[in-house]
Design a protein around this ligand. Structure first.
Ligand SMILES: C[S@@+](CC[C@H](N)C(=O)[O-])C[C@H]1O[C@@H](n2cnc3c(N)ncnc32)[C@H](O)[C@@H]1O
Length: 470
């Protein structure tokens, strides 16, 4: 008491209270789970925005905390550096087959035109994929797609609808005629598809932003690879809001594991081979009203695209060439060969032949570029010789291909631990724990290490300092 103040302790306290304030703000504004990296990026960007507005950093934080229209604009301006925008066309082919062949034909019995929403669409590939499969399933003029994202730069790129060949990885050849490939580099979405899609900026974490774009309710909402970056509390609220925007009978499609640990109230879970779908049950009143409703044009979008959807002869020809019964051509990948090569690479790795294992894992990747597991094996081989940067890059590639990949999440958490990034390790382990929830305890979780779900859960709880039977 009354002695010389401990400046280092004081500095530490100020630093940690600022970190706490920033972490709380990140969750409040965008729903994001704070990590060391995004908190740093957030602070830097806030300073930049505050300088641009000619106000002090604290005043800028106050503005974000106060909410309201200015804060809303600022969150959108901050979002490009805080969010991950990775996406590609027809990402998860099995899911799109389910949407095209089962979900949309069934939803078409509810109303016309169908309103479909790709929430968190990044640069638009998911929204355009939805429009392409909807046009095949329902025909032109039978639907409108809304693509929305909090990141205005991504939305601007989505409106343009021009991509590189990399956006086409894994696309079946029979999907290409809705896309125009020019030269060797560029892929452009056909105007007949674009006419069905509109884009808007929209923050899923803003309770006042629902329903979006003046569209009252949707028959199908797709929100994938968006919630994985959010806290449990934010995911819960976003799912609740999305559910409130569903037409009775409509479906919500989330990414793998994104609703883990969340009770999706008022939605019925449907399990399909391609994944889980959450359906809002038909209410008795809407069943009664259905026969008296006009079949078509039951309603109009509040703000349609300026140009009405067109049905050119070319489109009709294309569609009749794609009658629903025609099975899609196989993707140009050889999954079976890739699996055999991967097994061989694991054998080599286990007998200490790391070079051979690396070479064979690379061949497995070439045989199936969409499989995350060879990247995970490579990461393990890199980490074993302390090449942590290379290991991390390999794991990022694996998690890009499958954000819920269990072995990749486990290794990434372990790598963070090894390199003293404890917050990121804890966040990754917590994400993995949520991913394991509900899986059969005896199921194999880490094939390379022969660990079951139960054993891995125990390890993770220990790593997170939680009681084993929590
Ligand atoms: C990894 S991309 C996923 C794109 C696409 N859904 C897919 O699966 O390919 C995640 C997108 O979610 C968006 N996002 C993150 N937080 C959001 C929020 N609070 N509201 C709306 N979009 C958000 C990001 O800007 C980013 O474009």
């Amino acid at each position: 008491m009354g002695g010389i103040p401990d400046l280092k302790a004081l500095e530490g306290a100020v630093f940690s209270s600022q970190t706490e304030r920033l972490s709380a703000l990140l969750e409040r504004g965008l729903g994001l789970a704070p990590t060391a990296t995004n908190v740093d990026a957030f602070l830097e960007q806030c300073r930049h925005r505050a300088a641009g507005l000619g106000i002090r950093d604290d005043a800028y934080f106050d503005l974000l905390e106060a909410g309201g229209p200015s804060a809303r604009t600022e969150w959108m301006a901050l979002s490009p550096v805080l969010t991950v925008g990775e996406t590609f066309l027809f990402r998860d082919a099995a899911l799109w087959r389910l949407v095209e062949r089962t979900l949309l034909p069934d939803l078409a019995r509810l109303t016309r035109p169908l309103w479909l929403w790709s929430a968190g669409c990044s640069t638009g590939e998911e929204a355009y994929t939805l429009a392409i499969v909807a046009r095949r399933a329902l025909g032109a003029n039978a639907f409108t797609v809304l693509g929305s994202d909090v990141n205005p730069k991504a939305v601007a790129a989505a409106r343009v609808g021009v991509y590189t060949q990399w956006s086409l990885r894994g696309v079946d050849h029979d999907r290409l005629d809705d896309l125009i490939t020019s030269g060797t580099q560029t892929v452009r979405v056909h105007d007949d598809v674009k006419a069905h899609v509109r884009f808007d900026t929209h923050n899923l974490n803003d309770p006042n932003a629902f329903p979006p774009a003046g569209m009252s309710s949707f028959e199908c909402i797709i929100c994938r690879n968006v919630l994985i970056y959010m806290t449990h509390g934010a995911r819960e609220k976003v799912i609740e809001r999305l559910a409130s925007c569903l037409t009775p009978g409509g479906v919500l499609v989330l990414g793998h594991g994104e609703a883990q640990g969340i009770v999706t109230q008022g939605l019925v879970i449907e399990r399909h081979d391609a994944g889980i779908v959450y359906r809002k049950p038909l209410q008795p009143t809407s069943i009664k009203e259905r026969p008296s409703q006009p079949k078509a044009t039951a309603r109009k979008p509040a703000a349609r695209p300026a140009h009405a959807p067109r049905t050119s002869k070319a489109v009709l020809k294309t569609r009749s060439a794609h009658k629903p019964a025609a099975p899609p051509a196989e993707a140009p990948i050889d999954a079976e060969r890739a699996r055999r090569l991967l097994d061989e690479a694991v054998l080599q790795a286990r007998s200490g032949k790391a070079d051979a294992a690396e070479r064979i894992a690379a061949s497995a990747m070439a045989a199936n570029p969409l499989d995350p597991e060879p990247h995970v094996l490579l990461a393990a081989l890199f980490a074993a010789r302390d090449a942590f940067k290379q290991a991390e890059a390999a794991l990022r590639r694996a998690l890009f291909l499958d954000p819920a990949c269990i072995p990749a999440l486990w290794q990434m958490g372990t790598l963070y631990r090894l390199t003293n990034r404890d917050r990121q390790a804890a966040y990754t382990f917590a994400r993995l724990l949520a991913r394991l929830e509900g899986l059969p305890p005896d199921r194999e979780a880490l094939p390379f290490d022969n660990l079951t779900v139960n054993e891995l859960t125990t390890l993770l709880r220990a790593a997170l300092g939680e009681p084993a039977d929590a």
